[in-house]
Write a protein that binds this ligand. Structure first.
Ligand code: ADP
Ligand code: MG
Ligand code: ZN
Length: 495
């Protein structure tokens, strides 16, 4: 086990510097250089052809849609777009890459010099992006054996379905000045990229499936110094939570090494969900890859007119959208944060768009429906209740057809697979009984059945009325408006 400083000690003595590399798999219909289907989860080695298998003599043809996605993503991250750029071969051997080189970009990335701002604990951090370049993904090794890892595996299988999937790799410049918030800033940045990618619709950005991956570099420098220390690059970080945990661990580990007068080794490290990193391979230098321009592909020319046309398709930036929605809805910071942290932002927005008052939409999604999703162990989006349905249920409440508790019964039926709130109300007779005659009769019956309680209410014990109201509600199977029942009961007993 590594020696660790406490997080507090490490950051009293050192300033952390971050470097984040985010890989985004694009969701184009076909792969980057061939016509194979680009799809996660197919039977192994079914989406392959001579090009993505790297067979000798096969020639790549560039996917124009992937270039468009890369340009839009670059623009959304505030980057400049290179008017002309090329692909390069990055040469190395590994069984997941049969060509023995990865088609990537090196000195001519399609997008460069961007900047985004993220907010953590009320402070704004400016993150500069060095470049966003295009490359292809490699195949995937599947290690067979109890560990599921290469070490201790009996044998490994290789699935080339992923080979040739279009990727954009976004690399930040070294990020200084984050202090003790470094791990949270890293997490907020990756979350920002994820939101942006989703808003653009260029990737499904699922960290758990690897369509959004982050390599987290960090180094420490003694407080007061401005000479960068030696960095490590932690891989295998498959969730936002892990980014924060892995960086916290590396800061504590490097802190202990440096505090003892040791040197940090420049290497890749593997994150383990149990909460620690281990050394991977020592890091190659760029020279080791013998990059050279890809001779089988012509340069990409992104003329200004095309770039401006793509810029016009950009969605509202996620941070601006949040500010706008919070203002439109009139939510307090706390209410809004609950919605965002509960993963309910889109659901609430769609419910409001379907005509629901914002506070009611918030209440359903962050309380009742969040509780049910939690019980079922699924995300809100997978719960199976749609924003349109929620808006309709709320409309039925506002029209006086349903009470809150009847609405909850409607949700029971929606979750059981029925789909139309109006049909549910009709089929299961859930509507509030507003027929005054029926209500009066039920009130009279409850008073007659419990003369003792009725007498106490007449003598001024107002609280006792609760039992009578309860009895009426029960006889009406919950389908009465409780406040109207109270009025009727009091009208009889304390005129
Ligand atoms: P590699 O090929 O090793 O992945 P990249 O240039 O793609 O290198 O990414 C390295 C990342 O680490 C970049 O985000 C870069 O800004 C950052 N970085 C470089 N030097 C340091 C350092 N001393 N400390 C922290 N981060 C660094
Ligand atoms: Mg890199
Ligand atoms: Zn192919």
């Amino acid at each position: 086990m590594d020696d660790l400083l406490t997080y507090g000690e490490a950051l009293e003595r050192f300033d952390p510097v971050l470097g984040l590399e985010v890989h985004v798999e694009l969701n184009t219909a076909s792969k980057m250089f061939c016509g194979c289907t680009n799809h996660f989860g197919s039977e192994p080695n079914t989406n392959t052809c001579p090009v993505c298998l790297g067979l000798p003599g096969s020639l790549p043809a560039l996917n124009g849609k992937a270039v468009e996605s890369a340009i839009r993503l670059g623009l959304a991250l505030g980057c400049s777009i290179a008017p002309r750029c090329r692909f390069a071969r990055k040469n190395y051997f590994y069984p997941d890459m049969t060509k023995d080189f990865q088609t990537s970009q090196y000195d001519e990335p399609i997008a460069f010099e961007g900047v985004v701002e993220v907010e953590v604990e009320g402070q704004t951090f400016r993150i500069e992006i060095e470049r966003a370049h295009m490359e292809e993904d490699a195949g995937k090794l599947v290690h067979q054996g109890t560990s599921g890892r290469i070490h201790g595996a009996d044998y490994s299988l290789v699935d080339y379905n992923r080979a040739g999937t279009p990727l954009v790799e976004i690399v930040t410049k070294p990020i200084r000045g984050t202090g003790t918030l470094a791990p949270q800033v890293a997490k907020a940045y990756v979350d920002y990229v994820r939101d942006t990618v989703l808003a653009l619709g260029v990737s499904d950005a699922k960290m758990e499936q690897g369509s959004l991956r982050c390599d987290a570099n960090v180094s420490l420098m003694p407080k007061g110094s401005d000479v960068l220390g030696t960095r490590t690059e932690t891989k295998n970080v498959n969730s936002l939570r892990s980014i924060e945990a892995a960086l916290t661990y590396e800061i504590r580990r490097q802190g202990a090494v440096l505090a003892e007068g040791g040197r940090v080794i420049q290497e890749t490290r593997m994150w383990h969900e149990e909460g620690y990193t281990t050394a991977g391979r020592s890091k190659e230098q760029a020279e080791d890859y013998r990059y050279f321009p890809e001779p089988d592909l012509v340069p990409i020319v992104a003329d200004a007119e095309w770039v401006e046309r793509l810029r016009a398709t950009l969605p509202e930036p996620p941070a601006e959208r949040r500010r706008r929605l919070q203002a439109d809805w009139g939510f307090t910071d706390l209410e809004f944060r609950d919605v965002v942290n509960g993963g309910a932002l889109d659901a609430v927005a769609d419910t409001v768009a379907a005509g629901c008052p914002p506070q009611a939409a918030r209440k359903w999604w962050t309380a009742e429906l969040a509780r049910r999703a939690n019980e079922a162990g699924v995300d809100l989006a997978a719960l199976g209740v749609t924003p349109t349905q929620v808006a309709r249920v709320q409309a039925l409440i506002d029209e006086g057809t349903l009470t809150d508790s009847l609405a909850r019964k409607v949700f029971d039926y929606l979750l059981a697979g029925e789909s139309d709130p109006d049909a549910i109300v009709a089929a299961h007779s859930l509507a509030v009984v507003s027929d005054e005659g029926a209500l009066s009769a039920a009130v009279d019956a409850a008073i007659a059945a419990d003369p003792g309680t009725a007498q106490r209410v007449r003598e001024g014990k107002v609280q006792a009325a609760g039992a009578l109201i309860g009895a009426v509600m029960k006889s009406m199977r919950g389908q009465a408006d409780a406040s109207r029942v109270r009025e009727l009961v009091m009208g009889r007993l304390q005129p």
